[in-house]
Design a binder for this molecule. Structure first.
Ligand code: APR
Ligand code: ZN
Length: 361
């Protein structure tokens, strides 16, 4: 089969290969035929080494498809089932799982970092985040797939697996935003737009989208932002809509130290700063001891939207079904696997029209 392979960490391009097979199916795994894969900023972070990833590896961690084979221990899925894949595959037994923090279960994450999921030209090859959706097929733990109804388009399903649950989960799970709140969202990519939509869905009344790419502003307003501004204009907008007090909640969805700091500064005293972006180890952020105490802003990190895929994929899809989330509208561009490098390149220099690019198989 075909797949897009990162030969070495640091490569700016993936290599398209046609001599790829999946690893042998383990008893607790399923084999999925990929139908749609989303291109996420974290794929770039895997390629440049700022997120943990193994090479050679098949990139891609957002996707949907059809089950084609199940391992002998898998009794509750069958070939033909439509599924979303998730890089969080809760083991169900560890401390995180027992503490209602399935998103922090690292059992299968460690397995994914240490067990090749593919073979390329005979060489064992990893799957990014234990997945590798830039491939026509992949093998994943049973716990890393969620069965979906037939009415869910594969494109919608793919986005739900990462960007949408992360952004909506940050609003609903991590921050538990209250109706009537004022919210600012820094970064209007697939995850930020999902946070904006989540904020609208829970009844936030002021939602300010912040992005240096002016073309993103109108887009953000289409998904629920009541105001939109560049980072430079945020203080003025805050003056207008909060009287300068700051926002109840500010979501950082970029993944940089400077934007975490900007999010903190935009939060009202006693409000909540939510860190959604996946930053690198080099990015630092500084707070004075006094401001931490005096301002009493809550800083809430949000890993994968504090999501349990077994619960939140269905939650997000029910919000979509009842018209509270526009997920079709987030698909900006469809490309074939052969154009994956152009798709990744486009993320390096975001333009106004782009929320999510998807690869259709
Ligand atoms: N302030 C606000 N927005 C910014 C800034 C800034 N200083 N700098 C860049 N941005 C915007 C970009 O213009 C872009 O619109 O952030 C957006 C990032 O969007 P994408 O590249 O599409 O990223 P996305 O896939 O949404 O992921 C965002 O969340 O889960 C993480 O790893 C992911 O860290 C990444 C972040
Ligand atoms: Zn676990």
């Amino acid at each position: 089969m075909k797949a897009a392979v990162l030969n070495e960490i640091g490569d700016r391009e993936l290599q398209l290969r046609a001599d790829v097979t999946t690893a042998e199916l383990a008893p607790d795994q399923v084999r999925v035929r990929t139908r749609v894969a989303g291109i996420c900023h974290s794929d770039l972070a895997a390629m440049d080494g700022s997120l943990p990833a193994m090479a050679p590896g098949v990139i891609g961690h957002e996707g949907s498809g059809d089950v084609v084979e199940v391992g002998e221990q898998v009794a509750d899925l069958a070939p033909g089932d439509r599924v979303v894949v998730s890089f969080v595959a809760p083991c169900g037994h560890c401390k995180a799982c027992a503490s209602n923090q399935a998103y922090l279960c690292d059992v299968h994450v460690i397995e994914g970092l240490s067990t090749p999921r593919f073979s390329v030209g005979g060489e064992p090859t990893f799957g990014f985040a234990g997945l590798g959706t830039f491939a026509e097929e992949l093998v994943v733990p049973r716990a890393g797939v969620v069965k979906i109804e037939d009415d869910v388009p594969y494109e919608v399903a793919a986005l739900v697996g990462c960007a949408v649950v992360t952004g909506v989960g940050a609003v609903i799970n991590t921050a538990a935003v209250r109706p009537g709140s004022s919210v600012a969202v820094l970064g209007c990519g697939g995850v930020g737009i999902s946070a904006i939509q989540g904020a609208r869905a829970v009844g936030a009344t002021t939602i300010v989208a912040v992005d240096p790419v002016v073309g993103k502003h109108e887009l953000a307003e289409r998904f629920g932002a009541t105001h939109a501004t560049t980072p430079d204009g945020l203080a003025d907008v805050s003056q207008d809509v909060t009287g300068g007090a700051g926002f109840d909640y500010v979501f950082e969805v970029v993944g940089r130290g400077s934007t975490i700091r900007a999010a903190y500064d935009a939060t009202r005293r006693g409000g909540t700063t939510v860190v959604v972006g996946a930053g690198s180890p080099e990015e630092k952020v500084e707070f004075s001891a006094q401001e931490l105490f005096m301002m009493e802003r809550k800083i809430l990190p949000s890993f994968y939207g504090s999501v349990d895929p077994r619960r939140d994929v269905d939650l997000v899809l029910s919000l979509w079904r009842t018209g509270r989330l526009d997920l079709e509208g987030m698909v900006s561009k469809r490309i074939g696997l052969a154009d994956v490098n152009a798709g990744l390149e486009a993320l390096h220099s975001p333009d106004g029209g782009l929320v999510r690019q998807v690869i259709t198989f």
